[in-house]
Design a protein around this ligand. Structure first.
Ligand code: AKB
Length: 317
């Protein structure tokens, strides 16, 4: 029987992925964990307070619940990592090594670990960045993800750990808030628009970045984890792509629904991070090897968020 542990379950991706995993495997078979207190939705099923850097505590939780799969999401994102260099490296890399060691020692069935488009730096082609190219990331977060990818491939190659990974673009959803990322503006902008307030964007016009609606990200994650092992040819991390847009384009899309919405551009330190990343990604291997395709474009994503966010805010003000 599949018994899942999700680390970082209270984060933006963790909240939605935990709820989807619970609908697939049953509430009692998905143990959410985080260093923070659980929100209402997460607290509806089993929850453990864990520091992912504490390998013994992780081992105890795996033993106690008979865990077979781990979705290891706990991490510091790009903007926060730039301001907390050593803690970011420790959290992002050492915690992954804890999980990979435990997977090896306890013979876990499968591990999921998120990488990011941040593994690419300015030396990679910025348009339709291919799966295999010069990485040379220039951010702390990107360096930690690049190292993490290599550790995943190492544990698969040398110990047969079935670890699978995706290079997520910026993830945009309305059910939970991101924290500390460079792509977070594309979530925040909807909250301001719904509140009828002007939005100050920390990235400048023309800052194209790869992005994806949360529903697509959840779909890709489940699809990758349920794919036959023989289809997973890439053991570092798969490029994954859906949409690419600049701040003025998502603002214009919002204005199609809310014509009075206003945006101003006040770039800060995050501009440098965005400038080092690709504009768009080529994810041919994911599409060819395990059948990935995305459902949402910019228009359908904005329409869905603006239709659902007011109800979500009424539920969790
Ligand atoms: C970030 O902005 O740090 C993340 C990412 C692209 O991995 N959303």
């Amino acid at each position: 029987m599949t018994k899942v542990l999700v680390t970082g379950a209270c984060g933006q991706l963790g909240t939605e992925l935990t709820s989807r995993l619970r609908s697939i495997y049953g509430v009692d078979n998905v143990i959410a964990s985080d260093i923070s207190d659980p929100n209402q939705e997460i607290a509806e099923g089993p929850f453990e307070h864990i520091n992912v850097l504490d390998k013994d505590a992780m081992a105890d939780t795996i033993r106690k619940h008979g865990i077979t799969e781990v979705y290891h999401l706990a991490a510091l994102l790009s903007a926060k990592a730039e301001q907390n260099i050593l803690p970011a490296w420790k959290l992002n890399v050492d915690s992954l090594l804890n999980i990979l060691e435990l997977a090896k020692e306890k013979n876990l069935d499968k591990i999921f670990w998120p990488s990011s488009i941040a593994v690419f730096g300015p030396d990679a082609p910025s348009k339709n960045t291919p799966q295999n190219t010069a990485l040379n990331p220039t951010t702390v977060y990107g360096i930690s993800k690049m190292a993490g990818e290599q550790w995943c491939a190492y544990y698969h190659r040398n110990f047969g750990v079935d670890v699978r990974s995706l290079r997520y673009p910026g993830l945009i959803g309305y059910k939970s808030l991101p924290g500390g990322g460079t792509t977070d503006y594309a979530v925040d902008i909807h909250y301001k628009a719904i509140a009828g307030e002007p939005f100050s964007c920390f990235l400048d016009k023309g800052s194209y970045l790869p992005m994806m609606y949360m529903d697509d990200a959840i779909k890709a994650t489940i699809q990758l984890m349920q794919a036959e092992e023989s289809k997973i040819e890439i053991r570092t991390s798969y490029n994954l792509s859906a949409i690419s847009f600049a701040p003025e384009e998502i603002a214009a899309e919002i204005q199609n629904h809310l014509p009075d919405f206003e945006i101003a551009y006040e770039p800060d330190y995050r501009q440098k991070i965005a400038d080092s990343w690709p504009d768009s990604i080529d994810d041919t291997p994911a599409r060819e090897q395990w059948g990935w395709n995305h459902d949402y474009d910019l228009k359908s994503m904005v329409t869905d968020i603006l239709a659902n966010l007011p109800r979500q805010l009424a539920k969790n003000p």
